[in-house]
Design a protein. Structure first.
Length: 274
């Protein structure tokens, strides 16, 4: 397929062990690629992809589709407007409850997945936190298997700090039992609270809490987004525009590498603890 001259864009949505390999094959043929997160099992698997991109000029977008949920889009718009003031910290939780046989699926096989919950849902929270805060210079955390009978983690805990000591405190879990998405972004002047992703995660909502000069209860505005999830559609539309304009995608291979390196640091630290 990647050698077919009539194919211009390749979408790669496979188990993690094949993501980087197929991306490399497509890029070497000059194709543009939308590869699902996390784009690889390990950061070093993306090094030859980056080298091939430099040679062919192919664009690679990584499927961090949460950036395209309407509540996240609105939150980012508010953040860029400056109404939050300087960011102080982020608190994020993301989890699901698994299903019967979950610990026997491909995500539970480290050879196929490269890791557990920290790698699976964790990279979404890492990416969103980097989107708002920028690079993290100090990484700490712990990944552990509490419930599922599998050789990969079912819970991951992260404390990520920027050079200015802004902190993202993040928890991902596949022992949440009731699906949950919650992201709180704290600025000096206001707070944003995002909840739900639609479907089993509940109605997608964004609350904007504006601090008043006299403080006390904040001025509150809430948006709800009850329609279906169009994040993948919007992500692809923007990728087509990236290609047309020959611009680097906003969620790109370097974002994937940064997220994977954070995950790997926490895995390494967790192994030393256990």
């Amino acid at each position: 397929m990647v050698q077919n001259p009539t194919v211009n864009i390749v979408v790669i949505a496979t188990p993690n062990n094949a993501l980087a390999e197929i991306t490399l094959a497509a890029v070497q043929q000059g194709k543009h690629v939308l590869v699902e997160k996390p784009a690889a099992r390990y950061a070093h698997e993306l090094e030859p992809v980056i080298a091939a991109m430099m040679e062919t000029g192919s664009l690679v977008r990584v499927g961090f589709n949460h950036r395209y949920h309407p509540a996240l889009q609105k939150a980012y718009e508010l953040f860029q407007s400056g109404v939050l003031g300087e960011l102080m910290f982020i608190r994020g939780r993301y989890g699901h409850g698994g299903r019967i046989g979950y610990d026997r699926e491909w995500r539970a096989d480290p050879e196929l997945s490269g890791g557990g919950e920290l790698l699976d849902q964790g990279v979404h929270l890492i990416d969103l936190s980097r989107w708002f805060m920028g690079e993290f210079t100090d990484v700490d955390g712990f990944a552990h298997t509490y419930f599922w009978d599998m050789p990969v983690d079912d819970n991951g805990f992260m404390t990520l700090k920027t050079a200015k000591k802004q902190v993202a405190f993040l928890h991902v879990s596949c022992t949440e039992w009731k699906n949950l998405f919650s992201l709180e972004i704290y600025g000096r002047n206001a707070k944003l609270h995002l909840e739900g992703l639609g479907g089993s995660y509940g109605v997608e909502k964004l609350a904007y809490y504006k601090m008043l000069p006299e403080m006390g209860p904040p001025e509150t505005t809430i948006w709800e987004y009850p329609r279906g999830d169009r994040s993948w559609e919007l992500e692809f539309i923007e990728f087509v525009e990236d290609i047309r304009l020959k611009r680097q995608p906003s969620a790109n291979i370097h974002d994937a590498v940064a997220s994977l390196k954070i995950v790997e640091k926490i895995y390494k630290a967790s192994q030393s603890v256990s």
